[in-house]
Design a protein around this ligand. Structure first.
Ligand code: GTP
Ligand code: MG
Length: 429
């Protein structure tokens, strides 16, 4: 067979054949089926708000979703940053949205802010871990699983007009591989238009020079490429939040009223609130969810599985089966366990030997002490014996002397009693 024929056959095998249908079959309704299934299932969307206490996080959330979420104000005296998630069921037309707003309470209030980012990173990782655990279950129920992975982090920048604080840079850097960050300048009505323009340029410059990756609205889908490209150039959005309604002309609009005028939240000449709402909710909500799953969660999952010892291929690009990896890991674990057991046994034996030696040493010392005391005791006993003997001798000598004295005394007495008789005899004579 000629070489060209072989090529043709192999090409024909690898390329799918296109067939034209004789009539309507119906698989063009597949997208509608997907939409219908998704609508029935409902959606979840999770927003993380990071920003100083009182920067306007809750007000902005209320303004964004045109409702009043119950929130409590944070004090400025939190000992550390604490994450507070709150979930709400929202419905618009027939679409159900499970919205979770996570507040980083007490952010920026501590004197030492070195670890302020850590509880936030831990929270994000914990949501990834929960999802991974669900995926690894034998009986998974991802269909009705409440996905709490953070889809977007709204990072509230204080409108100083100066530059980013190091806390902002450090936190965003730590978060950028874990979550889609959209930076926003909060309370933009407190800074003049020209200052705001310079501030935006400065912020973007600082983010780039510090290698912080913020979320870029996707430009690969033709339908939204143009608007997203324009909006990317507007980042960070400068927003104003308010739930107060003010009469402007003959319309009631959400605005902040000042002695010098009214700042309208939904007026694009006044702030970027509408841009944020459009980008976050109407145009890119699905992309944010998708990026969370395919980029951030994927990275977490890969690192976690590699940490557990799983690999897709060995050094020679030979694919590893899960079974083999598991077996290898199990063997490694068992031999490690055995090694540890042996180590502990050896340690125990050594400890017993050491204790035995110590006890023997103590026994020897005690014995020596006992011998010493015994010697002292015998010496003292000998001395006491000697003293007793001396005393006995003294007593004997004393008794002898006493007897001699008594004898002398009786002789003397006898002699004196004889003398008057002799005198009487002499007188008679
Ligand atoms: P904590 O939850 O306590 O950390 O505060 P927060 O960040 O949720 O701030 P919150 O929305 O409670 O707003 C704090 C104060 O800032 C309130 O008095 C708001 O009226 C005011 N505020 C909110 N948004 C804006 C804004 O865009 N501009 C101005 N000037 N003030 C605002
Ligand atoms: Mg709040």
């Amino acid at each position: 067979m000629a070489a060209t024929d072989l090529e043709r056959i192999s090409n024909a095998e690898s390329e799918p054949r296109s067939l034209s249908l004789g009539g309507h079959v119906g698989f063009d309704s597949l997208p509608d089926q997907l939409v219908s299934k998704s609508v029935t299932q409902g959606f979840s969307f999770n927003i993380l708000c990071v920003g100083e206490t009182g920067i306007g996080k809750s007000t902005l959330m209320n303004t964004l979703f045109n409702t009043t979420f119950e929130t409590e104000e944070a004090s400025h005296h939190e000992e550390c940053v604490r994450l507070r998630p709150q979930t709400y069921d929202l419905q618009e037309s027939n679409v159900h949205l499970k919205l979770t707003i996570v507040d980083a309470v007490g952010f920026g209030d501590q004197i030492n802010k070195d670890d302020s980012y850590r509880p936030i990173v831990d929270y994000i990782d914990a949501q990834f871990e929960n999802y991974l655990q669900e995926e690894l279950k034998i009986r998974r129920s991802l269909f009705d699983y409440h996905d709490t992975r953070i889809h977007v982090c709204l990072y509230f920048i204080t409108p100083t007009g100066h530059s980013l604080k190091s806390l902002d840079l450090v936190t965003m850097k730590k978060l950028d591989s874990k979550v889609n960050i959209i930076p926003i300048i909060a309370k933009a009505d407190t800074i003049s238009k020209s200052e705001l323009h310079k501030f935006k340029i400065k912020i973007m410059g600082e983010l780039v020079s510090n290698g912080v990756q913020i979320y870029q609205f996707p430009t690969d889908d033709e339908a939204v490429a143009e608007i997203n490209a324009v909006m990317n150039a507007h980042l960070p959005f400068a927003v104003v939040g308010s739930t107060e309604e003010v009469k402007v002309g003959n319309k009631l609009v959400r605005a902040r009223q000042y002695p010098w005028g009214v700042v309208q939240v939904e007026n694009e000449n006044h702030c970027d609130f509408v841009k944020l709402r459009e980008m976050l909710i109407r145009v890119n909500m699905e992309d944010l969810r998708e990026q969370t799953h395919s980029r951030h969660y994927e990275l977490y999952r890969r690192c976690k599985l590699e940490e557990m010892g799983f690999q897709d291929s060995d050094g020679d690009s030979q694919p590893f089966s899960l079974q083999e990896t598991y077996e290898a890991k199990r063997k490694e674990f068992l031999s490690e366990l055995q090694r540890k057991e042996e180590e502990m046994r050896q340690m125990f034996v050594n400890k017993v030997k050491e204790t035995e030696l110590e006890l023997k040493e103590k026994e020897r010392e005690l014995h020596e002490k006992f011998e010493h005391l015994k010697r002292i005791h015998q010496e003292e006993k000998r001395k006491v014996e000697e003293k007793r003997r001396e005393l006995e001798e003294e007593t004997n000598a004393f008794n002898c002397r006493k007897a001699a004295m008594e004898a002398l005394l009786s002789q003397a007495m006898h002699a004196t009693s004889q003398q008057p008789l002799r005198k009487d005899k002499d007188k008679k004579n």
